[in-house]
Design a binder for this molecule. Structure first.
Ligand SMILES: [Zn+2]
Length: 265
């Protein structure tokens, strides 16, 4: 079977590059992406569907974007994460932050990417066409954009989507959040870790005995508070420990004692 790969990240970006230019400023949405900013701290990436990630290998994440007029959420969705993670663990030998970074980067580049944004441009111009071609990561938009975008000539995404597609830094933040989450679950939700997360990561059964807990469940919680807690613990992990190489990298001046550890902040 021949796969067309029309919805790969690179293809979406190049379609954005060919998008029709606006009459006013002569720029298309891809060119206008640079006026917005992707969230830059790990704690802002607390909307990740962990159940979907560890059970079905699909990353669904809301990426906060500060636009020119308002703040929006770009929702990115792609599969293939666990297969890439298994490859990385086979090569590196263990589960660590860089294995998550690599697995995420590879699956983002190699798998079909589903996109959407909370902005009006997406709602009135791109959402309908994205729903038609089944590349939307949100609920389908069934109202045709007959007047606003009649020929689907503006590219696949608004400027926020184009920004997130062409930017890799947020992937590091998502990787840190996932890494912090796994560490938190290993310590605090042992049953869920042993039943769901460990087998998903290592592609084998967890064989150590597990102390059964009262809140034993066969699903993962997708609440942002748990992810926030995991990120806070992840940020302090490794700090102030004897022999921690990062504590010697402090520079004088403001922010002393708040050095980001391995890009976790
Ligand atoms: Zn948008």
């Amino acid at each position: 079977m021949i796969a067309l790969h029309e919805d790969r990240r690179n293809e979406l970006i190049s379609r954005g590059r060919r998008g029709e230019k606006e009459k006013g400023d002569g720029k298309n949405r891809y060119e206008k992406r640079v006026n917005s900013h992707v969230a830059s701290t790990v704690k802002e990436f607390n909307q990740i569907d962990m159940e979907s990630l560890f059970k079905y290998s699909i990353l669904t994440v809301n990426v906060p974007v500060q636009g020119e007029t308002d703040n929006y959420l770009v929702r990115i969705k792609f599969g293939g994460f666990l297969d890439e993670l298994h490859n990385q663990i086979r090569q590196i030998g263990k589960f660590e932050l860089r294995t998550v970074v690599k697995a995420l980067t590879n699956s983002f580049d190699r798998d079909d990417v589903y996109i959407s944004c909370s902005c009006p441009d997406w709602k009135y111009r791109m959402g309908f066409w994205a729903s038609m071609s089944k590349i939307t990561s949100s609920a389908p938009e069934n109202r045709p954009s007959k007047i606003t975008n009649p020929h689907n000539a503006l590219g696949p995404g608004c400027k926020h989507v184009m920004l997130v597609l062409s930017n890799n830094k947020w992937v590091m933040k998502v990787a840190s959040t996932i890494f912090n989450y796994v560490n938190y679950m290993e310590k605090n939700r042992k049953q869920q870790y042993a039943d769901i997360i460990y087998p998903a990561i290592y592609d084998k059964k967890y064989i150590e005995p597990v102390q059964l807990s009262i809140d034993d469940k066969d699903t993962l919680d997708n609440d942002t508070e748990l992810i926030d807690t995991a990120n806070i613990q992840g940020r302090t992990r490794g700090q102030f420990k004897p022999g921690n190489p990062y504590r010697y990298q402090r520079k004088p001046g403001p922010g002393i004692g708040q050095i980001p550890i391995q890009g976790e902040e």
